[in-house]
Design a protein around this ligand. Structure first.
Ligand SMILES: [Zn+2]
Length: 414
């Protein structure tokens, strides 16, 4: 054991490389620890193309930023050989502590990747004391590399949904693999239309997958997604997830409420009460609010009652039971809103559900759900909010991959 062994171990330095010196430069603020690495004289190095051991042709001095040593910035300097391979000519040899083209050590980059998963890039860059531009470059590299290794030849079931990219009317559509539990994001693309499905088809083929093998696709009731799936993945059974049905009616109830609130004043808290998730019985307070609304705002009350019936359908334990309940719901609700122009948003929602009845009921036949995607969407939106938005769709997509895609190992230097 000599004084450099601990740092050598930490950096993964092996012969012919060894640490030959370190100085603490106190003339700078913060102080800088400079570590010097050298290869033994006369060593041979593998050609980066064919791996054949070759002699050094010449050397170029390079410096990498390494993890801070306590409060001191730390730099590693080494004379990197260019080898002369009989077959491939003159090439710069690889070093074990950094990847080609980076000014940072792999350990530094790994620490940076851990930070950006937890906090906005600007904040992580401040902690690492590098520019956010440098940090983005590290993130882009590692995410791209991880995604380039993705193999989709096994893919059978997908779920897709759009997520807002923050700018007005700009969306990113995210695709997940239904058979992966965690880290199931496999693709994300700007937009929320048919072109997104087309782009996914091309990507799937690129990754060794086969569009005809896709047996299930879970999505919402948008025309663009459904017709896109029919065209690009003709073998897929289209399943509409229940959460999209609830979302549809939430939107309709809110539209009715907004319109009605212009004519009559509503009790405090109405907005949040009518938008609550239809996942449990109404609380006492909500019951009371509902009966007040029956008096002051009849349309909002009716729309809300219709939405609450969704829970009754969702609780059906069999596919037949659900079909029976859904049919009854549609008939009953249609009678309730009959000829009332102020309840048009609800009528529209009912028509949409009627049109996609079979796709909605498919959910009772299999276990697939895009609840997973719904949960992840929350993570993407939280990251976006913390970062106060992203410069463009590509940075948002990189963040989506970092949060939700299988990232593999950051640390391989090849
Ligand atoms: Zn070679």
């Amino acid at each position: 054991m000599n004084e450099y062994d601990i740092i050598s171990l930490g950096l993964g330095i092996q012969p012919p490389w060894r640490i030959v010196g370190q100085v603490l430069d106190t003339s700078r603020n913060p102080h800088e620890l400079r570590i010097k690495i050298k290869a033994d004289r006369g060593s041979k190095y593998p050609c980066p193309v064919c791996g054949k051991m070759c002699k050094a042709h010449d050397f170029q001095e390079k410096t990498w930023r390494h993890l801070n040593f306590f409060q001191h910035h730390c730099y590693i300097t080494a004379k990197v050989p260019r080898i002369r391979c009989l077959e491939h000519g003159i090439k710069t040899a690889k070093v074990p502590w950094a990847r080609k083209g980076s000014r940072f050590t792999l350990l530094f980059e790994q620490a940076a990747m851990v930070l950006v998963k937890e906090m906005p890039v600007m904040a992580a860059a401040r902690i690492m004391s590098i520019t956010d531009k440098s940090l983005w470059r590290i993130v882009f590299h590692h995410v791209e590399k991880a995604m380039s290794n993705l193999d989709l030849s096994y893919l059978r079931g997908i779920s897709l949904d759009e997520t807002s990219s923050g700018k007005r009317h700009q969306y990113v559509t995210v695709f997940i693999d239904l058979d992966r539990g965690r880290r199931s994001v496999i693709f994300a693309v700007p937009g929320k239309d048919k072109e997104c499905i087309k782009a996914f088809n091309a990507y799937l083929k690129e990754k060794g997958g086969c569009p005809d093998n896709i047996a299930v696709a879970v999505c919402d009731m948008s025309k663009a997604f459904i017709s896109g799936i029919k065209e690009e993945f003709p073998a897929a059974e289209i399943v509409v997830d229940w959460f999209h049905v609830v979302k549809l009616f939430n939107g309709a109830v809110d539209e009715v409420r907004r319109k009605e609130s212009k004519k009559s004043s509503m009790p405090r808290g109405t907005r949040w009460a009518v938008l609550k998730k239809a996942d449990g019985p109404l609380t006492e307070h909500q019951q009371e609010l509902l009966s007040q609304l029956e008096e002051y705002a009849k349309n909002t009350a009716t729309a809300w009652r219709i939405k609450e019936m969704l829970r009754w359908i969702n609780e059906a334990s069999t596919s037949q039971g659900a079909a029976w309940r859904l049919t009854n719901f549609l008939n009953y609700a249609s009678r309730l809103i009959k000829d009332n122009p102020d309840l048009k948003p609800v009528k529209k929602a009912l028509n949409t559900v009627r049109k996609h009845k079979d796709r909605i009921l498919s959910r009772w036949g299999n276990d697939y759900s895009n609840a997973l995607l719904e949960g992840m969407n929350g993570l993407f939106q939280a990251a976006r909010a913390r970062a106060r938005g992203y410069r463009n769709a590509q940075t948002f997509i990189t963040m989506i991959y970092l949060i939700g895609a299988p990232m593999g190992h950051f640390l391989k230097s090849t």
